[in-house]
Design a protein around this ligand. Structure first.
Ligand SMILES: Cc1cc2nc3c(=O)[nH]c(=O)nc-3n(C[C@H](O)[C@H](O)[C@H](O)COP(=O)(O)O)c2cc1C
Length: 244
């Protein structure tokens, strides 16, 4: 097919934005329904088409279906989560135990996306000045996976409250392989409209206009000075492709 360099046709464009605005982190709504390999392979393929520094493709995809492995990971979550809870104070300390922060045992598939820090040898194009670029590349694969999964009707929940070395030991990761994302994946009873941490009163989305600066970090412009800020404050807030 001819590579066309204009914007996507309206229905394709809306598909991209729809996936972005309707993606959610899923913890408590997983269904036991099996994920057909045909669909799961497509989502993995989307992840594998992420950008990567020097085209290094530092990721591996570890598919976890064993209930025993899930239980071992879950036990580590429980441990790390108890510690996490003790770190908060006041209102957040009260709220924390009510948050469900993983769906490890309920999700039919757990997936660990890892970064092989030695892939491509000691000198990798683009990674010479900032060596952590391989980690960021792997995060791009995670995001591709998350968005493609949403388009397929699959929920994804990222679980980060697990001791890294314990996770490496359970999953048998070599020393030079870093677990980037431990994901719970499955069909869901519903996708929430808002981030759960927002609806439960933990945090709100920050106003985008406050996060944009010009020419030097923190140098702001008002809507009167900048049409971009003006657009963000008005039209940019309308998500035309989100669910009602
Ligand atoms: C790097 C990363 C780690 C996260 N770790 C957790 C986690 O351990 N448990 C959890 O419930 N959500 C986790 N999340 C999900 C966030 O809480 C969620 O993305 C955020 O609240 C916004 O909600 P949304 O993803 O539904 O838009 C993580 C997200 C990211 C990007």
């Amino acid at each position: 097919m001819k590579n066309d360099n204009g914007p996507f046709a309206a229905e394709h464009k809306s598909g991209v934005y729809k996936a972005i605005f309707n993606r959610r982190d899923v913890r408590g709504q997983f269904l036991p329904t099996a994920i057909p390999d045909e669909i799961f392979s497509r989502v993995l393929y989307a992840a594998h088409h992420a950008p990567s520094v020097g085209f290094m493709q530092p990721w591996d995809f570890l598919v976890i279906q064993s209930q025993t492995v899930k239980q071992q990971i879950h036990a580590e979550f429980v441990k790390a989560n108890q510690h996490a809870e003790s770190l908060f104070e006041g209102k957040k300390r009260e709220l924390y135990p009510a948050l469900k922060l993983q769906g490890i045992l309920e999700a039919p598939i757990n997936l660990c996306i890892t970064c092989d820090r030695e892939r491509g040898g000691p000198v990798v194009l683009g990674k010479t000045a900032i060596p952590t670029m391989d980690l960021y590349s792997t995060v791009c694969a995670v995001q591709n996976f998350w968005l493609a999964a949403r388009a397929e009707g699959l929920g994804v929940g990222w679980v980060s409250i697990i001791d890294e070395q314990a996770m490496k030991d359970i999953l048998g990761l070599p020393e030079h392989v870093v677990p980037i994302a431990y994901l719970c994946v499955g069909y869901v009873s519903e996708f929430f409209e808002q981030p759960e941490l927002q609806s439960k009163g933990w945090a709100n989305r920050l106003p985008l206009e406050e996060l944009v600066s010009f020419d030097r970090f923190g140098q702001k412009k008002s809507a009167a000075e900048s049409n971009l800020i003006n657009q963000i404050e008005h039209d940019g807030k309308v998500y035309p492709y989100s669910l009602p």
